[in-house]
Design a protein around this ligand. Structure first.
Ligand code: FIX
Ligand code: ZN
Length: 431
């Protein structure tokens, strides 16, 4: 046998098989800001919500000749018209978020070129929200979406407290940013809600916070607990965030077998005038994550990072700690050029043991473009990776392609969440 010769395979056929497998694969979207239709007005959909998406507002302000407060004083439809004019009519909608609107309209069967928004609005007005949600989920081939559920959000609390009939395709996640990052003000609220907590973490306060988390966990039945963290996050320290993690949140996750998701590297309100569009990013200290993974070997951590420069280090860390699951190309990294490099790197370092993407959709229609665009890039990356593998002598069968693509689009996340904590114990080094 000539060991140096490359294995022969039909690369065009393989590429086509990969493209059709990725195109038809069903997705489990593990982090969004969407709401179950039972949440009424909290569920965003339609052309105006698509256009006032904070990604697009940030981009519009690069062209708009208008003070921020004047923009915010406008109605949602007026804001949408300004975004439409500045990003779609006065120049081509070339950015990822702007192209996303075009992909979405196009897949919904609408002509984005018809000039003004009134016809598009009319088309949306004919839908009932619940039916539109099903339509978008089906067009995007998304089986389930995970919401972001905050006990600290007054609108959302109200809905949970009145009790709702839950949609089977909407899963839940328990969001804890206010508890971990704005302790003083949050503590006062928790007290008002009937939990006997004090500013210092006395035993009683810890027990009451655990009771608070237990009550919300029973109410919403989350897939995981979660927080977004600033670049300054460090662990261990004597900060209140570190203490709350150690005494309240991680013991709670252990009690309920919940993974803990950390979305690291966001700098909130870099430009407060832009409101939700004003957040930025920074490099995270991954020693903090390493310390957590090391100290809590039975705790499963789900992690995504905002800074492109952190991504390689994160992959290396995931190779060291099997209680760490890497997911998604978050926010400013959710653009084709960066998805491509991140996905290729993750495949090369982690095989299929990561989740390639989450949508972070805020408007249900966005599921269509976020997943279409991700599928384009994942296809390209897999064509390269499997192409190399086939040339080395291992051409995947259709069943294998389906299995592997399924892992990237939610299957690997499911496997990780099902891993028994006892299996994760690392053991001590014996040298
Ligand atoms: O913290 C988060 O979950 C972020 O995804 C949001 O804060 C952010 O506004 C967003 O929508 C990014 O895609
Ligand atoms: Zn998010």
């Amino acid at each position: 046998m000539n060991k140096s010769s490359k294995h022969r395979f039909d690369s065009t056929k393989l590429s086509q098989r990969i493209a059709s497998t990725v195109a038809s694969a069903s997705v489990r979207d593990i982090h969004t800001h969407l709401y179950d239709p039972a949440f009424g007005k909290l569920l965003l959909w339609g052309i105006d919500d698509l256009l006032v998406y904070h990604y697009l507002v940030a981009e519009s302000f690069r062209h708009l000749d208008l003070p921020y407060n004047k923009f915010w004083a406008l109605t949602k439809s007026q804001q949408a018209e300004l975004v439409w004019r500045s990003l779609f009519l006065e120049r081509a909608p070339i950015s990822e978020a702007a192209r996303g609107v075009i992909t979405t309209l196009n897949r919904l069967g609408l002509d984005a070129r018809q000039g003004d928004l009134s016809k598009i609005r009319q088309w949306f007005n004919e839908w009932q929200p619940a039916a539109f949600v099903e339509h978008c989920l089906d067009l995007a081939k998304v089986q389930t979406v995970c919401m972001t559920n905050s006990p600290f959000d007054s609108d959302e609390r109200g809905v949970w407290e009145t009790g709702i009939r839950r949609h089977p395709r909407f899963e839940t996640a328990l969001r804890l940013d206010p508890l971990l990052l704005s302790w003083k003000s949050t503590m006062r609220e928790i007290r008002i809600w009937g939990y006997d907590v004090k500013a210092t973490l006395t035993n009683k306060t810890v027990l009451e916070l655990r009771r608070f988390l237990r009550d919300w966990t029973a109410k919403i039945n989350p897939n995981y607990a979660m927080v977004s963290l600033p670049p300054s996050f460090s662990y261990p320290t004597d900060s209140i965030t570190s203490q709350l993690l150690e005494k309240v949140v991680l013991p709670h996750c252990a009690e309920f077998g919940l993974p803990f998701a950390m979305m690291m590297g966001v700098r909130r309100a870099v430009n407060p005038g832009l409101r939700m569009a004003g957040d930025g990013l920074g490099l995270s200290d991954l020693r903090a994550l390493e310390n957590l993974c090391q100290k809590y070997p039975q705790q499963r951590f789900l992690v995504t990072l905002l800074s492109r420069e952190n991504q390689h280090e994160l992959c290396v860390l995931a190779r060291k700690f099997r209680n760490l699951h890497v997911f998604g190309c978050w926010w400013f990294t959710n653009i084709p050029s960066i998805i491509e490099e991140m996905t290729a790197m993750r495949l090369e370092l982690l095989g299929f043991s990561f989740t390639a993407q989450h949508s972070d959709a805020r408007v249900v229609d966005q599921l269509i473009y976020k997943w279409d665009h991700t599928r384009e890039v994942v296809t390209k990356v897999l064509q390269q990776s499997y192409g190399r593998l086939a040339a080395s002598g291992w051409e995947p069968t259709d069943a294998e392609l389906q299995r592997d693509v399924g892992l990237l689009l939610g299957g690997s996340f499911g496997d990780f969440c099902r891993t028994q904590p006892a299996v994760l114990t690392t053991g001590k080094r014996s040298r």
